[in-house]
Ligand binder design. Structure first.
Ligand SMILES: [Zn+2]
Length: 424
């Protein structure tokens, strides 16, 4: 396809897109970054193979195909574990373990790309975007540019773009998996292929826009808080932290692929980090929340197993819920009153928390965090912020993750988990 900047741009601006979440190029960057973070071992051996870059990258882009072609239900489903685990079981039943030969390896790479996309969207939306809503003016303006588009262009500007991906789609396998996952909703295969092609157009367009000074200025003016923090490893939900979450998720996913998974370490990543100091005391802002990225999709009915108490054992009232919906990974514990200053807390995930496959940790999982200031370091000279609050306010954000947006229920055919995605 001849790709000239102007028609490309016009086409991409016509594409319907999810109002939130990462853009395509950012998703690809996250998978490529997560791949470099993997510890030596079988997952690194597989995903770092140069011949698997194309399946990994295309799998990473794949879930948004339905937004591009207008088949939101099928695209949406591929973001989530019920569909992705169906694909995993299809790989297990079609090939021999450890699924590292030829065709099997391509499917594993594509699946791990899809898993990266789903985890990244959840992580970004529940952490980074929640803060952006409080501190970026762009959210107050209708339809100027949503954060997914703006952040994709701004972030590509900062990292210098990504290599243009080569299209690759395992059409027959995906058709089989859709038939298993959504038996009552036939897949429009041509639509899926068209949607996938449009995602490649979107990546090419963002690459063009990312060097357009005027566009960068406009987006920066809308999202100044975000612009300064995309490359900040200390900002929860930034692409760097998304890559770390994806890496940890992949390691857990590998064990599930090999049939050796347990759920002994149910939490892939906690924000604030276990053992950290200086947690914001505020209940009214995102910084006061505790975020868990579960290593497997977890059942909402078992989230009462997540509790927080002081180090002395006094229970703290928190509202614990998925950021999106049942069987997803991102869970927020929202304090109902401010945390006490100068206090150590213990978060416990009880042994009854249950994943999509019915696995539970054999023993409770615990982690500490504290509102005390970090112990002084000899050379530290930065002033310690009293409660870690960011400037500005968004106390009204306590209405829940969907505040200001319309929840939409999506039923995944026979799998029937209810997943809440926010859309304009
Ligand atoms: Zn997406």
């Amino acid at each position: 396809m001849a790709m000239r900047p102007l028609p490309l741009l016009a086409l991409a601006l016509l594409l319907p897109s999810p109002a939130f979440a990462n853009g395509q190029s950012t998703h690809v960057w996250i998978s490529l970054e997560a791949r470099t973070l993997l510890p030596a071992g079988p997952v690194a051996d597989l995903l770092q193979r140069p011949d698997l870059t194309t399946p990994l990258v295309n799998g990473t882009m794949f879930p948004d195909w339905g937004y591009a072609s207008g088949d939101r239900d099928h695209g949406e489903a591929s973001h989530w574990e019920p569909f992705q685990q169906e694909y995993l079981r299809w790989i297990q039943s079609t090939f021999d373990a450890p699924y590292t030969d030829d065709d099997a390896a391509q499917h594993v790479a594509f699946l791990f790309g899809m898993a990266s996309h789903g985890m990244a969207d959840e992580h970004f939306d529940s952490l980074f975007m929640e803060r952006s809503r409080c501190y970026d003016d762009g959210w107050q303006l209708d339809d100027v540019a949503s954060l997914d588009t703006a952040s994709d262009v701004l972030f590509m500007n900062q990292v210098g773009g990504i290599p243009a991906p080569e299209p690759w789609l395992p059409v027959d396998a995906l058709s089989s998996v859709y038939a298993l996952a959504m038996p009552n909703q036939p897949l429009d295969v041509d639509g899926m292929e068209w949607g996938n092609r449009l995602l490649h157009v979107a990546v090419a367009t963002v690459n063009e826009l990312s060097t357009n000074e005027e566009r960068i200025e406009t987006f920066t003016a809308l999202y100044p808080w975000s612009t300064e923090r995309f490359l900040d490893p200390a900002t929860p939900g930034s692409p760097l932290t998304e890559a770390e979450a994806v890496k940890r998720y992949w390691l857990a996913l590998w064990d599930r692929l090999q049939g050796t998974a347990d759920f002994a370490s149910p939490v892939a990543m906690m924000t604030p980090a276990p053992g950290s100091y200086g947690h914001a005391v505020t209940a009214a802002k995102p910084e006061g929340r505790v975020h868990l990225a579960f290593a497997h999709g977890v059942r909402a009915a078992t989230l009462s197993e997540v509790t927080i108490a002081t180090a002395e054992g006094e229970d703290v009232p928190v509202d614990v819920d998925h950021f999106y919906g049942d069987l997803s990974h991102a869970v927020l514990a929202r304090p109902l009153v401010d945390w006490e200053p100068e206090t150590d807390y213990v978060l416990t995930v009880g042994a009854g928390v249950t994943d999509i496959d019915g696995l539970t940790p054999a023993t409770p999982w615990t982690a500490t965090f504290s509102t005390k200031a970090p112990p002084p370091e000899p050379e530290a000279d930065a002033p310690v912020d009293e409660d870690g609050d960011e400037p500005g306010g968004c106390g009204s954000q306590m209405g829940g993750p969907g505040a200001g947006a319309t929840p939409l229920l999506v039923v995944f055919g026979a799998l029937a988990p209810l997943v809440r995605r926010r859309r304009r």
